[in-house]
Design a protein around this ligand. Structure first.
Ligand code: PRT
Ligand code: ZN
Length: 295
């Protein structure tokens, strides 16, 4: 691999890969994959892509095999707490996808009345460092049983009394007779980087990529909102628009009492927002997606 090309590690297939590929695509990057499918080359910028298992990504980035990577915060933090690397990878930014929670869950029959109930109990998890850190914070001494997968079956097999596992919808816990009882860690996809300074060529590519990623993230929830309204209602409407800069207010042709209001809303615009705008006097409300945005 060329020393001049920035190397990014992303998950080959799994819950992070779709979001990672989509992010790179929205940054205007197309990846041509090699025959082995483990290596890809970006056409538009000097970037190479390594497709790995998510668990290997923090170490590949820490060891300089890759410059940057996209990984779940849960995996990143578990690796950081395990202190396996002298110079661990560093977080660059949160990416807002693959959101999930690491939760403590117990058999549904338990009446859980606080973390101290776990004193002396066995807790099965794939995240021993995060689980132990939480137990220490709660002042509880419990036995942590590390499992690579299928953590949710541990109580039924009498390997453990409770589990500490990733939850998204909660369906897996439910199907295994377990209920969440405490939140241990909240996670989303992170962009991480090697701790050492990049060469000037790589730094330039990194900054260009970062600007694009920031543009994608800020425009993701952003909407261009347009509506007509009585001139007198404009200040109240401008105040109400979620995360908007000062809106543009234009007089409507042939009606000096009515104005068109245009604004970029940086936060989600929900149906109840539209209903509220209507109550304030707005009509002909349009909400348009924004494809790209650069500050
Ligand atoms: O093969 P590879 O090692 O790369 O992938 P993997 O199987 O280890 O990981 P993968 O693809 O399942 O998850 C990658 C990352 O996605 C995780 O590290 C989290 O950061 C994030 N993520 C988001 C999730 C989930 N949502 C999720 N629901 N990771 C796992 N799950 C599992 C969970 O372990 C449990 O088995 O889904 C089940 C629970 O889902 P619900 O919806 O039933 O609650
Ligand atoms: Zn994995």
């Amino acid at each position: 691999m060329s020393e001049k090309r920035l190397r990014i590690a992303i998950q080959k297939s799994g819950r992070l890969s779709e979001g990672s590929f989509e992010l790179l695509k929205k940054c205007g990057l197309t990846i041509s994959r090699g025959k082995d499918k483990l290596f890809g080359r970006v056409r538009e910028l000097p970037i190479d892509v390594l497709l790995l298992r998510d668990d290997d990504i923090p170490a590949f980035v820490a060891d300089d095999a890759c410059d940057i990577g996209i990984v779940g915060e849960n995996v990143f933090e578990e690796e950081r707490l395990s202190e396996t690397h002298e110079a661990p990878a560093k977080e660059v930014m949160r990416l807002g996808f693959a959101r999930c929670q690491l939760k403590l869950a117990a058999p549904k029959g338990w009446t859980f009345d606080g973390a101290l109930m776990l004193e002396g109990k066995r807790i099965a998890t794939s995240y021993p460092a995060l689980t132990k850190a939480w137990l220490a914070r709660e002042g509880v001494s419990a036995h942590v049983v590390t499992m690579k997968g299928s953590v949710e079956v541990a109580p039924r097999l009498k390997i453990a009394d409770a589990v500490c596992d990733i939850v998204s919808t909660g369906a897996t816990l439910d199907a295994n007779g377990l209920a969440p009882v405490a939140m241990v860690f909240e996670s989303e996809a992170l962009l991480i980087r090697n701790a050492n300074a990049f060469t000037s060529e790589k730094q330039e590519v990194f900054e260009a990529l970062l600007t694009r990623i920031k543009g994608v993230i800020t425009s993701r929830d952003a909407k261009y909102v347009m509506m007509n309204a009585p001139r007198a209602a404009a200040p109240a409407i401008a105040e109400y628009l979620p995360g908007a800069d000062a809106p543009t207010i234009l007089e409507l042709a042939g009606d000096s009492d009515k104005v068109a209001i245009h604004a970029v809303c940086r936060e989600s615009v929900f149906w109840d927002t539209l209903e509220e705008l209507k109550k304030l006097g707005a009509s002909a409300i349009l909400v348009l997606p924004i494809e790209k945005m650069m500050a």
